[in-house]
Design a protein. Structure first.
Lengths: 147, 83
């Protein structure tokens, strides 16, 4: 059963990683993806909107899919919402398994599916008050389709 | 029927959600889109290009031919951009 959190607050990637191995001796590796906010084109902030209820369900289903495809000993997905500043973390995906291939592959799978199958929307705010909604990218659809 | 709007769809419609009672001929997502589009200029702008929209019925992604009923929660939004 994956740990899934959708929250405004920052997260502690180190503490979350430690929690996946605490008290266990069957974990051979933990893979991680930490997505952060870049300051491209003078971006001042990223505002993440989501669909409360559906978001958590969608992520839990994606995590269940990962747990069905790979022998995981643990899985954590934390996605922030609200206003996020450049340099701050947005999303954390952790997968633990007895062997590295399962951890690494399932981690890549989770972030690829998360980007295209979980109801989040990013709005970019720029200096001077300009703003724009981030558009979905065909590359993300292709990355999700390879699994 | 509870209808929710997210991201630029919400901005164009001008509200985040509304309770509606569409007529019997509204049977699926596509006919609901056509009916909602006639409610206000904001709705019309939001639904001007249905190909840019995605929908969910009762919090599951749904295609235009997915049926809708009186007690459903239906949401409209752009393609997702999280991660």
């Amino acid at each position: 059963m994956a740990k899934v959190l959708v929250q405004a607050a920052p997260f502690d990637a180190g503490a979350e990683t430690a929690a996946l191995t605490a008290g266990r001796t069957d974990v051979g590796g933990v893979a991680s993806f930490l997505g952060a906010c870049r300051s491209d084109d003078g971006l001042e902030a990223m505002v993440l909107e989501h669909y409360p209820g559906m978001t958590e369900r969608a992520i839990e289903r994606i995590a269940e899919e990962a747990e069905g495809r790979w022998p995981l000993t643990g899985c954590t997905v934390i996605h922030r919402v609200g206003r996020i500043l450049p340099g701050e973390p947005i999303v954390l995906v952790l997968t633990a398994s007895s062997h590295r291939a399962a951890a690494l592959e399932s981690c890549a799978f989770l972030i690829d599916w998360l980007k295209t199958k979980a109801p989040f929307w990013k709005r970019e705010e720029f200096a001077g008050g300009a703003e724009r909604w981030v558009e979905a990218r065909a590359e993300d659809d292709a990355a999700a389709a390879r699994w | 029927m509870r209808v929710l709007y997210f991201a630029w769809v919400r901005q164009k419609v001008g509200i985040a959600e509304e309770i509606v009672a569409p007529p019997a001929e509204v049977r699926d997502v596509a006919t609901l889109v056509a009916w909602l589009a006639a409610r206000s200029p904001g709705h019309a702008a939001a639904f001007a290009n249905p190909k840019q929209l995605r929908a969910a019925v009762n919090q599951d992604f749904a295609t235009p031919d997915h049926p809708v009923a009186a007690n459903d929660e239906v949401a409209f939004f752009p393609p997702v951009t999280g991660g």
